[in-house]
Design a binder for this molecule. Structure first.
Ligand code: SF4
Length: 337
């Protein structure tokens, strides 16, 4: 008998090879590890929860605190009010800035309305903001690889609008022009596909051979780790299910990575009910993972649903162990004992 682990999923066991009720059919789930919440999302969600505890409802949140339908709906039920801009927040009220970060102009607008701000920007996004400020001060042309219009990209570009150009994809390189090809650096959004970003950078470097690299990786550890885990399991899967929302950049990237790494099909689902049974026709191995903004309860729902379809054996595919934790924003940090 292979060693088994109780996953807490009805009808499901975890084993180092197929076993249990699914043995005859060979049906199994490969479960990517790491998956789900990253340190920045954990911090941002807890920030809103603690703000609600401390100040009571309503607590205003500019934009979705993280890009996940379930998280946003749950916090809204608890009293969070999501707004697009600070001018929708009553004067003097509390507003939380989301994990994706904001441009300096947003801080100015909030101050002008006497809003009490709590900044839940992920520290790894703040790091990219600081890089943009630093290289703008040194008068570089900054090529920000990222998705046009994504909140994080808007926030980072807003740190140095006169110096930053957004490069959306490898083909967009053709349109890039700079003032001095010897004074150019690339930075990036934190949640991109590593492979596509490297292709964009390769093409940028063809055009600007002295292009400088960022001082450290801008694509964050969580994005990279989740892509590595998917790449490890996807070649064995006929189907990969990524739990995540459509506006979650890192979740959408996981679908692309799964397909690129050899899975026959890959789909994004918010909830277990979104699984279309026809996806499972003729499928022996289903890979499951989740984006960095996805609570584990949603993955458990997907595993339960798959167990009902006969995929009761769950085999973890672990490529990294994550231990990073960020301190909460100062404004809601509990006092030291
Ligand atoms: S995905 Fe990365 S950058 Fe975004 S919140 Fe998580 S740790 Fe921070």
């Amino acid at each position: 008998m292979p060693p088994t682990i109780n996953m807490g999923i009805p009808g499901a066991t975890s084993s180092v090879r197929s076993g249990g009720g699914s043995q005859a059919s060979g049906k199994r789930v490969l479960l990517a590890e790491p998956r789900g919440y990253c340190a920045g999302v954990d911090r941002a969600v807890e920030t809103v929860e603690r703000a609600l505890e401390k100040h009571g409802a309503p607590v205003y949140v500019r934009h979705e605190i993280v890009h996940n339908v379930h998280v946003v709906e749950t916090l809204a039920k608890a009293g969070a009010v999501f707004v697009d801009e600070t001018d929708e927040v009553p004067e003097g009220a509390i507003v939380v800035f989301s994990a994706h970060g904001v441009a300096p102009t947003v801080h100015v607008e909030a101050a002008a309305r006497n809003l009490r701000t709590i900044d839940a920007t992920c520290p790894l996004v703040t790091k990219v903001h600081n890089e943009a400020k630093r290289f703008a001060r040194d008068d570089y042309d900054i090529l920000l690889v990222g998705h046009t219009g994504h909140e994080e990209v808007v926030g980072t570009a807003g740190e140095a609008p006169d110096h930053v150009q957004v490069v959306d994809n490898p083909d967009a390189v053709d349109q890039v022009t700079v003032r001095d090809p010897n004074k150019v650096i690339w930075l990036s959004q934190t949640t991109l596909s590593v492979d596509e970003t490297m292709e964009t950078v390769r093409r940028l470097r063809e055009k600007f051979p002295t292009l400088q690299d960022p001082p450290s990786d801008d694509i964050c550890y969580a994005t990279q780790n989740r892509q590595v885990a998917v790449k490890a399991m996807a070649p064995e899967c006929e189907l990969v299910i990524v739990v995540g929302s459509r506006n979650s950049s890192n979740s959408v990237r996981l679908v692309e990575v799964a397909l690129g790494a050899g899975s026959d099909a890959a789909h994004l689902v918010d909830y277990a009910e979104d699984i279309d049974p026809t996806w499972l026709e003729g499928v022996t191995t289903v890979g499951v993972t989740s984006g960095a903004s996805v609570p584990e309860v949603l993955v458990r729902g997907v595993l339960e649903r798959l167990a009902e379809y006969g995929y009761g054996t769950v085999q973890p595919v672990t490529t990294a162990n994550e231990t990073l934790v960020f301190a909460l924003p100062r404004e809601i940090r509990p006092p030291r004992a």
